[in-house]
Design a protein around this ligand. Structure first.
Ligand code: GLC
Ligand code: GLC
Length: 644
């Protein structure tokens, strides 16, 4: 079959004009043009996913009608933004980019109050704001909002849809891109579709994976992992109302959507376009690794998961091309990278860098970090990493066991060590974290805790030891220095810029006590912010140190679209990378993960300009003696060839 020819023929048979009635001619043409350029891709993917169905054409036609409806609903100002962004496709790779992720209620109270905090964000230099899910969700435990009952209604405790629109406008005026969650692997059991399914409506029962008895669930279960084994075993939940087993990868109230049904693809596309039309500029694809199920596999990272995301992306390119996708794949590093492509996810969290920064902090060694980044850091130049140190989730030790093996590190044992270290069961550890979802069957475990507590600040403050406090501050700044300079969008987690410590109050809340991730979901009060403005406080030192690095990043193009090369320094305590971009100067970053002074042989770096470089952080020349460059404990050097 000649796909190009059949796609053309199919498109010519669709009465696109009738879907666009009332739209002005120039806009109609813009839509048609984009549809024509994406249609072959979309057609091929849809055919691969649903071509075996007798009703294939009906669903395809419905999808195109949905795209036209989404386009009609898109505001004039967002359409202008689309045009603009098509002219500057690499906007997310610029040096001015700086992200923050926050919960609306914890950061500000509600959407209106958040709008009042825009000056604070601007002062920090934020250009990208990810608001944790703010949609209607079940009372009590809603997995922090990741159980969505209605994608089109803002949770009443946060405000109204109009508040969200106002906020999106205000952010846009302030030069801050709004990022929203696209929670499309599952809905809550209170979503209208799930309610219909529970009432026996067969059409909606096919929106989910429901089973009469245990035979298929048991067959699938052979190969599935458990995400929250401490809350509930297995991946299926018995639903009394429907009298069926339901596929629930995460919590029992989060029902996995059935994407083998094209009606689900189409319905979710409508929801996606609704979110795009609210004015966001990136959608975070939550739990995207899980969206396609295939018996006999672990049902993660299936080839058709990629086809689905590419199909969603093609739809977005037609209706809202200024919006990009961010992948949230917390899986094996090789699988993480497969989601990153201009036609799939333009942005991706970098869980490998995140986990290995923490690894290097614990071990004071950088070999695993260096080898792993050499293997996995390079991605398509039209895409960008979202580099982070902490987020709202736990830390999972997602490195490649094969890379570790080459260095003589046993992955299983090393993960055990890291868990012990960070939950303070290892003598001499500086960290104060909380164990998360220890699996009684296989001993797996993950770690929760705020950046400051994991980096040693909580213990240091408790002991009143000034040297330990200084060291903890150095660690916090060191971690941030890497995400700010290695290439990609640095993403701060709200509260970390102030060095906030673990909040144990969740232990007193019935709806939270079983989920230790709440220990690092911390309210940011006016007092916290004021405290950071008081010269000399710990929080002030962290905030100032961070500000300083942010200002350097944002005023120097080498931190933008340059290439990154991971270097081997020959000193196992030092992580190093060089960055270079056409006409943007050069940067050499050296990061000492040890609490002792370290030296690097200049010869190992194979860069001829190092001695002439200037450290952007201190505006001094590097200390070089007999061909060796010296770094003090936990020091970071940002050597630039052209000082700015
Ligand atoms: C994502 C979220 C996490 C949530 C899960 C289920 O991984 O980051 O917080 O529990 O998806 O939606
Ligand atoms: C697992 C999932 C990830 C999710 C996390 C929540 O790691 O892969 O998507 O965010 O669990 O704890």
């Amino acid at each position: 079959m000649n796909i190009a020819k059949e796609a053309k023929l199919t498109l010519s048979r669709l009465d696109v004009d009738s879907f666009l009635s009332g739209v002005k001619t120039p806009e109609k043409n813009a839509f048609r043009q984009r549809l024509e350029s994406q249609f072959e891709t979309l057609f091929a993917l849809y055919l691969e996913l649903y071509g075996h169905r007798y009703d294939f054409h009906f669903h395809l036609q419905t999808l195109v009608a949905n795209l036209a409806a989404g386009y009609k609903a898109r505001s004039a100002s967002l359409k202008r933004k689309d045009k603009q962004r098509l002219q500057q496709p690499n906007w997310y790779r610029q040096e001015n980019m700086l992200g923050m992720a926050c919960y609306v209620d914890l950061f500000a109270g509600d959407l209106q109050k958040l709008q009042q905090r825009i000056p604070y964000l601007q002062q920090l230099g934020i250009t990208y704001l990810h608001l944790m899910p703010l949609y209607l969700s079940p009372e009590g435990d809603s997995d922090g909002g990741y159980a969505v009952s209605d994608y089109r209604t803002v949770s009443p405790n946060l405000g109204s849809n109009q508040d969200l629109k106002n906020l999106a406008d205000a952010l846009s005026k302030a030069g801050i891109s709004l990022v929203l969650d696209f929670v499309f692997n599952h809905t809550s059991d209170e979503h209208e579709w799930a309610k219909q399914a529970q009432q026996g409506n067969e059409e909606y029962q096919q929106y989910y994976y429901l089973f009469e008895d245990r035979s298929l669930p048991d067959a699938y279960e052979q190969n599935l992992r458990e995400i929250f084994p401490q809350v509930r075993r297995g991946n299926f939940t018995w639903n009394e109302a429907a009298g069926k087993w339901v596929w629930t990868t995460f919590n029992s109230f989060q029902w996995d959507l059935n994407y083998s049904n094209p009606a689900v693809f189409n319905a979710i596309t409508e929801e996606m376009l609704y979110l795009a039309n609210m004015g966001c500029e990136a959608l975070r694809l939550d739990a995207l690794a899980f969206i396609w199920k295939q018996l006999g596999t672990n049902c993660e990272n299936q080839p058709k998961a990629h086809s689905l995301i590419q199909a969603f992306n093609a739809c977005l390119q037609v209706v809202a091309p200024s919006v990009v996708f961010k992948s949230e794949a917390i899986v094996h590093p090789d699988e993480v990278n497969k989601y990153i492509a201009p036609q799939e996810c333009q942005l991706s969290y970098n869980p490998l860098l995140m986990a290995l920064l923490w690894n290097s902090l614990a071990t004071r060694k950088t070999r695993l970090l260096t080898q792993s980044m050499r293997k996995s850091f390079a991605i398509n130049p039209q895409c960008a990493w979202v580099n982070y140190v902490r987020c709202h989730d736990d830390i999972g030790w997602t490195f490649d066991d094969a890379v570790a093996g080459q260095l003589g590190i046993n992955g299983h044992d090393h993960r055990y060590f890291l868990n012990q270290f960070y939950v303070d069961r290892f003598e001499g550890s500086f960290a104060k974290g909380v164990a998360f979802q220890e699996n009684p069957s296989n001993g797996d475990c993950r770690v929760c805790g705020s950046l400051a507590s994991l980096a040693g600040l909580e213990k240091a403050l408790a002991s009143g030891d000034d040297a330990a406090i200084n060291t903890a501050i150095d660690r916090i700044l060191l971690l941030h220095s890497v995400i700010l300079s290695i290439g990609g969008v640095p993403l701060l987690y709200s509260g970390d810029e102030l060095g906030l410590l673990n909040d144990y109050s969740y232990e007193q809340d019935d709806t939270k006590v079983h989920d230790a991730r709440w220990v690092h979901r911390i309210a940011v009060t006016e007092e916290d912010i004021a405290n950071a403005n008081n010269a000399g406080t710990v929080s002030n030192r962290i905030a100032q140190g961070l500000q300083h690095m942010i200002q350097i990043r944002q005023s120097n193009p080498v931190f933008g679209e340059s290439n990154t090369q991971i270097l081997d320094t020959g000193n196992q305590h030092i992580f190093a990378y060089a960055r270079q971009g056409q006409g943007k100067g050069e940067l050499l970053a050296l990061v000492n993960f040890s609490e002792h002074e370290q030296t690097v042989m200049l010869n190992n770096l194979e860069l001829d300009w190092v001695t002439q470089g200037t450290d952007l952080l201190t505006r001094t020349k590097p200390q070089v003696q007999s061909g060796q460059l010296r770094l003090s404990p936990l020091q970071v050097l940002w050597l630039a060839r052209h000082s700015v």
